[in-house]
Design a protein around this ligand. Structure first.
Ligand code: ATP
Length: 204
């Protein structure tokens, strides 16, 4: 009988507008903690919670994520949610990944802020049924409190990821750029170059 080799694949969703070192460290710490073979960065077409907010075109968010992850062989960027279009529900993406990888172990990477709102996502039970939730700490968000508010069945699927808290957010980067301030050391140099070349985030 052929030996089955299970691959450990994580879905890492977000708007990534732009991708930054908070995302990259969380993905890397999650990869190490869970022994992941692949981390799929999946930029959302439209976040269900940010439908009224302006967001950069998908092409830019994908290109920046590709630049930021190019030097990590375990990292990959998927345009699955961009191709699907419309509002991006993680549960749909998980279903697609499950169909593509029926025998592999699926994980979902998220920060403590995202875990706080997890029960307001579409079908959180279905997501947690398919994926182990790898959750990283984030400054200003209480991971313990978020865990306590989860139903037992979902809490049992959470694996906290020990990581150095990084107080970096895409919103802060956008604000700094608009104010003409430096974003050096907050995101990789090739992402900064891309932002400058395409004159992103200069308008509110
Ligand atoms: P914005 O500031 O525009 O809201 P963001 O920086 O929170 O964006 P997202 O693309 O919305 O970035 O986040 C994608 C995922 O990455 C979420 O699960 C979020 O919790 C996590 N994340 C983002 N920044 C950090 C960080 N500094 N530390 C830990 N997790 C983070």
């Amino acid at each position: 009988m052929a030996k089955c080799i299970y691959v450990r694949i994580a879905l890492f969703g977000g708007t990534f507008d732009p991708v930054h070192y908070g995302h990259l460290r969380l993905a890397e710490e999650a990869r190490e903690a869970a022994g992941l073979e692949r981390v799929l960065f999946v930029p959302a077409h439209t976040s269900p919670f940010r439908q009224q907010e302006p967001i950069s075109p998908p092409r830019h968010r994908i290109d920046m994520a590709r630049l930021a992850t190019a030097d990590n062989p375990a990292f990959e960027v998927s345009d699955i949610e961009i191709q699907r279009g419309g509002v991006s529900y993680t549960v749909d993406t998980v279903a697609t990944l499950r169909a593509l990888y029926p025998d592999d172990e699926l994980f979902l990477i998220l920060g403590a802020d995202a875990l706080q709102g997890f029960m307001h996502w579409a079908r959180p039970d279905a997501i947690a049924h398919e994926c182990i939730l790898l959750v990283g700490v984030r400054p200003h968000y209480d991971l313990q409190a978020a865990l306590e508010h989860l139903p037992d069945a979902i809490r049992a699927r959470v694996q906290p990821v020990p990581m150095t808290p990084l107080d970096i957010s895409a919103r802060d980067l956008r604000q700094r750029i608009r104010a003409g301030r430096s974003i050096r050391y907050l995101t990789p140099p090739n992402v900064i170059e891309y932002i400058q070349q395409h004159r992103l985030y200069l308008e509110p």
